[in-house]
Design a protein around this ligand. Structure first.
Ligand code: SER
Length: 886
């Protein structure tokens, strides 16, 4: 049975039983506790917790999931996968254990002809939480399972939660016995390879605190209702029903291996080492494409870093299979073809996906080429010293200079049988990080750790946001933090974090900078410098108490700095317009990759498959944006369902928040985007948008910077004054300036060259006067000088010989120094008579060389060298005199 068919049957079964079909959420949900969505229940979390009313009592979904905890294990065994699809049925206070067990049993053992999976009931085993007698009774009653195929297990195996405080509950797992050839008898407790878990039924009823009931701790409370959350591993069911051995051989994954076989000319199954590589490629290509599909681009942090690792591991594995050409796009195509029937957005967004992987591959290959040489040298040096540990400093240098992620260094070292001094590496990283981030961190992260903010959230609920329509509002202080500690009152001068029950202040998000302003109480004022949302739903005002004391529960008037907010809003609206303009010009693969909306200016980053945007195209985009301003379009913001927003063609980057309601910002048919930011009422308010620059910020991502409104006008006006004054000075018309400046620069260059030559000639012709100026040092005629004019090399040598010749038959030493670009060059020459006295040029060099931070040498008649410290020349001359006297 094909994987898509397995998913289809699941959905059909539960829709038939009154469940609402809910689409997979994006892999990227706005949950600060998760890097990627890793279970079907994540998008429903607020319904379990009672934070939001469930729109339906029962739901079913096929959720794309990514778990990246054991990337390193992928491929080494056939069990680990970073991407999988979890099919689930959910009850929000509707049916409970009996319903969950009955539904699961019917689908698993129902005949294939009747729409089930047709597993042999005799080979099904289940586990239940150690004290869950009720579940045992139900399994017997509903499924007729005998006692010996129901096993009790403790919390470690049969209690499920999200790994963080939140919903949880005991669970019951369904296993399929693959037969004696796969392991020993005795059920899941004895062998989880032979008995393969296919479905987990969670009886979601508890709230877990900091410590999990998994490890024997008590839950801290009960959920408002008893719920069901189940997860069936689609890929596992697929490999059982397709009669293959593991997920890599199923219909949706094997084709990627097939493509890698074509590329490499090697066969999967021939040897373990290559198989590991094939499996890494197959697994990572799937998760990589799915992650990019949900809007992530490679970077050095968070999700972007995980993605980067996945993609780079594919490229390396391919190299190790002997493939030299670029591979990522081709693998991505195979993934698209396999997955698009369930995820059509892979088809429509493929151009962008391809652009992202191409850029990453290109960047990585450069890194790999440059870094590999350094790595090889480091390995050779390590071996030479007889050590088996690569120095942390070298790993750091690879990272810092060549962009080698530490994981790559670790992997490559392991392939060479070496370890890496990771402690030292981490210390160096830490030092670098704290240097770079000290300031930014203090400002952004604030002081409180997540639990303090969550406690405020639990007690007072989310902060109501009024800022779409109000810029001042009355509110109550519900949380106060000083130095990261909750306090009953803050004093004048304190740096404080204030949480209000409602606020007009916009917290930094979606590239839009936070509002600033004031909180005024009866007897105090707080200046608000920043607003952040450290946990979803909570807005924290950061600033300083400028007078009075602030007590908890105080009433305040919260007032946003209106001029600044308006300016930021104009920038945000302008960003949407630039986004629309860029996409209009470059096509839909130019997708937003980040933005900044600050007072009067914006930054917009986007993926560009075709590299730089030509200046003419950029000018056209700018022109178009400004004409939209002139049309004075209305900017409308409204909430609608995700489905409706999609239908309207709204641009969306990341999957939106929980639930299905999204906010759309719309400027007629020119621009329509999902957005939580603030905007102006009509485009005319922007006045003007001036694009300043367009450039690469690496990895196929381009950046446009622009000014908005009065800032744009002032910039142009200043430029105008500047151009006028240059035109005046050069006595040219502004339009003739480029040519005029070109010709001036050309003339200047020629003049400099001529001057240089004149200078050199003058120096070379100075041999006579230099010889005349010889001083007598212990009976030796010494000419020791610094010659001006950057004379070096052959010229310096020629000059020294010329001076020497003029000293005639006298014992004589000529030492000439010259400096150029911070470097010293010197030449020493001796006459025959000097040499007869035992004075050798080559022997003099060590006497004065160190004074100029240099060395050199040569024969008795002529020696030369160089140094790095021009300031030491007088000392060198003295040292030379001293040497001749000695
Ligand atoms: N949430 C449970 C799991 O991830 C069941 O869906 O296993």
């Amino acid at each position: 049975m094909q994987t898509h068919e397995i998913a289809r049957r699941f959905t059909e079964h539960f829709v038939g039983a009154g469940h609402t079909r809910v689409a997979s959420a994006s892999l990227i949900l706005d949950d600060p506790t998760l890097l990627f969505v890793n279970a079907g229940m994540v998008q429903f979390k607020p319904y379990f917790l009672g934070d939001a009313p469930p729109p339906y009592p029962r739901a079913t979904s096929i959720q794309k999931c990514v778990r990246t905890g054991d990337i390193d294990e992928v491929g080494k065994t056939t069990r680990h996968n970073t991407f999988f699809q979890m099919a689930g049925n959910f009850s929000f206070g509707d049916y409970f254990k009996a319903g969950a067990i009955e539904h699961a049993w019917n689908l698993v053992t129902g005949s294939q002809a009747a729409g089930g999976y047709g597993f042999d009931p005799e080979r099904i085993w289940v586990t239940v939480y150690e004290t869950d007698d009720e579940a045992i009774d139900l399994w017997k009653k509903i499924a007729g399972l005998p006692d010996e195929r129901i096993q009790r297990r403790d919390g470690l195996d049969n209690y499920w939660d999200m790994g963080v405080p939140g919903p949880g509950g005991p669970c019951s797992e369904i296993y399929y016995d693959r037969g004696p050839e796969h392991g020993k008898e005795g059920g899941p407790v004895a062998d989880e390879d032979r008995y393969l878990e296919i479905w987990n039924l969670v009886f979601m009823q508890d709230i877990r605190g900091e410590e999990s009931p998994k490890y024997g701790h008590l839950p801290i409370g009960s959920l408002p209702k008893k719920n069901i959350d189940t997860g069936l591993g689609i890929e596992r069911v697929a490999y059982l029903l397709q009669g293959v051995d593991n997920v890599y051989e199923t219909d949706l994954v094997r084709p990627v291996i097939g493509r890698a076989e074509e590329f490499s000319g090697r066969r999967y199954g021939a040897n373990h080492e290559d198989d590991v590589r094939f499996r890494v490629i197959a697994d990572h290509a799937r998760s990589g494409v799915m992650i990019i599909g949900d809007g992530v681009t490679p970077s050095n942090e968070g999700r972007g870093y995980v993605l980067r690792r996945l993609l780079r591991r594919i490229v390396r594995s391919s190299r190790l299979l002997g493939v030299q050409e670029p591979v990522l796009e081709s693998f991505a195509e195979v993934v698209r073809d396999a997955m698009a029937p369930s995820y059509p957005e892979l088809e429509s967004g493929f151009e962008r996906i391809a652009a992202v992987v191409q850029a990453e591959e290109e960047a990585f290959l450069q890194t790999l080429t440059a870094g590999s040489r350094i790595f090889d040298t480091a390995v050779a040096e390590t071996r030479k010293t007889g050590s088996t540990t690569l120095a942390g400093d070298q790993a750091f240098q690879l990272h810092d200079t060549f962009g080698f992620p530490i994981d790559l260094t670790l992997e490559m070292a392991a392939e060479q049988g070496l370890q890496v001094d990771q402690d030292r590496f981490r210390t160096l990283m830490e030092e670098q990080r704290s240097r770079a981030k000290a300031d930014a961190k203090a400002r952004k992260v604030g002081h409180g750790d997540g639990s303090i903010y969550r406690a405020v959230l639990d007690t007072h609920g989310t902060t109501e946001f009024l800022g779409y329509s109000e810029l001042a509002a009355e509110a109550t202080v519900v949380g106060l933090l000083v130095d990261g500690v909750a306090v009953p009152a803050a004093r004048e001068g304190d740096h404080v974090e204030v949480v209000l029950d409602r606020t007009p202040f916009y917290a930094e998000a979606g590239g839009q900078q936070a509002d600033t302003g004031e909180l005024r109480g009866a007897s105090f004022t707080v200046r608000v410098d920043d607003v952040q949302s450290p946990v979803a739903g909570l807005r924290v005002h950061r600033g300083v108490v400028t007078n009075g004391d602030v007590p908890l529960d105080a009433a305040v008037v919260a007032e946003v700095d209106t001029a600044r907010r308006m300016s930021v809003s104009r920038a945000h609206t302008a960003t949407h317009l630039v986004h629309a303009g860029v996409r209009g010009a470059l096509g839909p693969s130019a997708a937003q990759a980040g933005s900044l909306n600050a007072p009067g200016r914006l930054r917009f980053d986007f993926t560009s498959p075709s590299g730089a945007v030509a200046p003419a195209a950029l000018a056209e985009i700018e022109d178009e944006v400004n004409s939209v301003l002139q049309e004075n379009r209305e900017v409308q913001a409204y909430e609608t369902s995700m489905a409706e927003a999609r239908k309207l063609g709204a641009m969306m980057l990341f999957g939106e928040k929980y639930g299905d309601l999204v906010r759309v910002v719309d400027m007629g048919d020119y621009s329509r985007e999902l957005c939580g930011g603030t905007h102006v009422g009509r485009t005319g308010e922007l006045g003007m948008v001036k694009v300043l620059s367009e450039g690469s910020i690496g990895s196929g991502v381009r950046r446009v910077e622009a000014l908005v409104g009065l800032d744009a006008f002032r910039f142009l006006s200043k430029e105008h004054v500047l151009v006028s004054s240059i035109a005046d000075q050069l006595k040219a018309r502004p339009e003739d300036l480029p040519e005029r400046i070109n010709s001036l620069v050309e003339r200047l260059r020629t003049a400099e060259r001529d001057l240089e030559k004149v200078r050199a000639d003058a120096v070379l012709s100075s041999a006579g006067s230099l010889a005349d100026g010889a001083e007598d040092v212990g009976g030796v005629a010494l000419v020791a000088v610094e010659v001006p004019g950057g004379v070096a090399g052959n010229d310096l040598r020629a000059l020294a010989s010329d001076v020497r010749a003029r000293l005639g038959a006298r014992p004589g030493v000529v030492a000439l120094f010259s400096t150029d670009a911070g470097k010293v060059a010197f030449v020493v020459a001796t006459t025959q008579a000097a040499r007869d006295r035992g004075i050798a040029a080559g022997k003099l060099v060590p006497a004065f060389g160190p004074s100029v931070g240099g060395r050199g040498g040569g024969k008795p008649d002529l020696a030369q060298g160089g140094g790095t410290e021009p300031a030491g020349i007088p000392a060198a001359l003295d040292a030379l005199r001293a040497a001749l006297r000695a």
